[in-house]
Design a protein around this ligand. Sequence first.
Ligand SMILES: Nc1nc2c(c(=O)[nH]1)N[C@H]1C(S)=C(S)[C@@H](COP(=O)(O)OP(=O)(O)OC[C@H]3O[C@@H](n4cnc5c(=O)[nH]c(N)nc54)[C@H](O)[C@@H]3O)O[C@H]1N2
Ligand SMILES: Nc1nc2c(c(=O)[nH]1)N[C@H]1C(S)=C(S)[C@@H](COP(=O)(O)OP(=O)(O)OC[C@H]3O[C@@H](n4cnc5c(=O)[nH]c(N)nc54)[C@H](O)[C@@H]3O)O[C@H]1N2
Ligand SMILES: [Mo]
Length: 768
Amino acid sequence: MTREAPTEDIDETRLETGKPKGYAAGIPGVAVSLARGVEQMGAGRTVRTLRLLNQREGFDCPGCAWPEPREVDGEHRKLAEFCENGAKAVAEEATKRRVGREFFAAHSVEDLNTRTDFWLGQQGRLTEPFVLREGATHYEPISWDDAFTLVADELRGLADPNEAVFYTSGRTSNEAAFLYQLLVRSFGTNNLPDCSNMCHESSGAALSAAIGIGKGSVTLADVHHADLIVVVGQNPGTNHPRMLSALETAKTKGAKVIAVNPLPEAGLMRFKNPQNVRGMIGKGTALADEFAQIRLGGDLALFQAIGHLLLAWEDEAPGTIVDHAFVTDTTAGFEDYAKHLREIDWAEVETATGLDRAQIERIARMIATSERTIYCWAMGLTQHKHAVPTISEVTNLALLRGMIGRPGAGLCPVRGHSNVQGDRTMGVWEKMPDAFMDALDAEFGIRVPRAHGWDVVDSIRAMRDGRGKVFFAMGGNFAAATPDSERTEQALRSCALTVQVSTKLNRSHVVPGKTALILPTLGRTERDTRAAGEQFVTVEDSMSQVHMSRGRLAPADKDLRSEVAIICGVAEKLLGADHAVPWHEFAGDYDRIRDRIARVVPGCEDYNRRVREPDGFVLPHPPRDSRRFTGTATGKGTFTVSELEFPRVPAGRLLLQTMRSHDQYNTTIYGLSDRYRGVENARRVVLVNPDDLAGLGVADGSMVDLVSEWSDGDRRAPGFRVVAYPTARGCAAAYFPEANALVPLDSVADKSNTPVSKAIVIRLEPSA
Ligand SMILES: Nc1nc2c(c(=O)[nH]1)N[C@H]1C(S)=C(S)[C@@H](COP(=O)(O)OP(=O)(O)OC[C@H]3O[C@@H](n4cnc5c(=O)[nH]c(N)nc54)[C@H](O)[C@@H]3O)O[C@H]1N2
Ligand SMILES: Nc1nc2c(c(=O)[nH]1)N[C@H]1C(S)=C(S)[C@@H](COP(=O)(O)OP(=O)(O)OC[C@H]3O[C@@H](n4cnc5c(=O)[nH]c(N)nc54)[C@H](O)[C@@H]3O)O[C@H]1N2
Ligand SMILES: [Mo]
């Protein structure tokens, strides 16, 4: 056990592979979470910290956006309302390791850029602001005041505010997000790309059009009461482990679970709940009743086939499948949808999905007879070219069976970052509706621009082409999270100034603009004391619950500033002390920010009082609350007609998905143990079905380059070890962000512009 940062980097030759596990969590999960805590912060601090995680008086887990149980639903929080991976997320932030001036004096930027994301992240917390001056080789300390002046001068020197780009990652609190968009819009641009653009943007696009609101329609209580839960394109055992407890609760009440995934993910198969005796020592609970091992990108075909079967069975026995009252009264477009799916091409469906018709019929039968169905999905659906139609097709099924706004039923896009949904609610979006802009103008007596800004992909294009000149990031790791790494890095390097507000060192700091700033900030776990005393912030989870989060640990360094303080510091220099927005007042007392949120953001009336309720409050959602679809073009729940689409893969090629290991949080690599998949000590691996390896004449364990093919040429990620793995035929998998170099910038989802990270056509070439 050590609290020292590693000096050695990953040694990929130490790769060990074993059999994939058939279950998730249990005793090993608890052991790992404690060990990682002790490694980073010692035993005493580990206990103190984990005791506050996801408790009312403590802080919201900086891991995923899965909700906590609420008393009003008659549900109670456990003493340990967190999971193995939440504990790791906290250990990463509460670590005692530090990156200060000695560190940057010892390492040039060029040297740091040769390190892996794992090594960079493991060095510890950033302690004070640093600047990389034009032509310099090393970062050096800079005062907060000089840093703010530097940012303000550079921004004011632009010919047009639209030459600046302001990125947000989803850990930012509601208060910081609200002020950030206000700063950016006061400055004069809507260039507000965010991590959502690469994440659930496709869900937002599909749901807004079909049900009039881009958010999920279920509560945690609904999940517990469902009789059928369809989990598509999601790996909850790793990425939303507390969801497994909810699935277990539903299962013990008799619910069935259908898992649709190219990989037999351990968490979908069996769950050993570390919170109960059966999970600790028994066999645990079997989760998936039906596992459909689908091909990458085959889901649109699957859901069309299911729709076709439901309609055919309805014809055979009218009134047994379609919820006619609901469809007639509250929806539009059913006739066209039914007509479109009357005929389908089963051969195409089988090619696209790789599933046999008998299994699709079994699944359709379960959906046809369920009274309370919930559909959950994540990146396996959203990061495809035809992601938006696929999610619309899922929505069609829910509308057809009347599964929206009914207890125990609904649509559940499972969000990633802990406050990614809240950031959107607060206005972090490059195309907020005019009504929101009008409210800002009226509240503050300013005039914010209406023209839509750039999302992530458009921002990269703009920086590449010299139209984007200053890049500012409120958290995240833009350089590593975005597609087409080589081109994106060039785009960032061509900026006059890059600014990163960060807790920890990452790739984006070592891919700098001509001048670069690192502004270190407080994390969720830390005490935030301002002029008016100790502050708390608010966040919104995946199910629209808004609640408080209060950091309790001593800050990693006395010099750190909160995100709110940093935004206000920049704003005062950039916009002047007499600006219409009272930045200084906001920086001292977050209640004053919440007063404004209450008046600007729909659904947040009386915000300061309601966030102080024990479990906070739930934002309105017309379809969920009263089966109203006021936000759609038709004013009704809207069926969507989509042509069948799926990725076509030339002979000799594979379709590659990029995914998370069990030991990382996006670009933050916690460790090298992808426990459930049996991959240990290394990350440059590609998982391929053994029959495909045989067909390609590639040996298990051999060393290959992954070469992706796109209209503008090939992209290469060198040096990957082949691992024979039971994924769907024709498909392969590698880890994000190592494989991001393979995702072409122009390979994006229709309508949502989300990078296609789950369907990359590749060939394997022996490594030189
Ligand atoms: N510990 C931990 N927790 C996290 C994160 C983390 O990195 N670490 N990240 C957070 C974030 S930001 C997000 S967005 C979520 C991500 O949560 P997930 O979406 O679960 O993350 P991925 O690893 O991208 O896994 C995608 C899953 O979809 C499957 N899949 C891929 N393509 C397809 C397809 O075409 N069809 C179907 N049916 N399935 C497919 C993959 O096999 C895999 O199981 O997790 C959040 N929580
Ligand atoms: N190929 C491929 N690419 C992907 C994906 C994929 O599945 N495949 N997934 C996409 C998805 S779903 C997402 S959400 C994006 C994620 O993209 P990002 O959100 O940009 O990336 P993260 O790795 O979550 O950001 C980690 C960094 O955030 C900083 N940080 C952590 N906590 C805080 C905080 O409290 N405040 C501040 N200011 N900074 C903090 C730390 O410095 C850390 O290094 O990546 C996307 N990219
Ligand atoms: Mo995400």
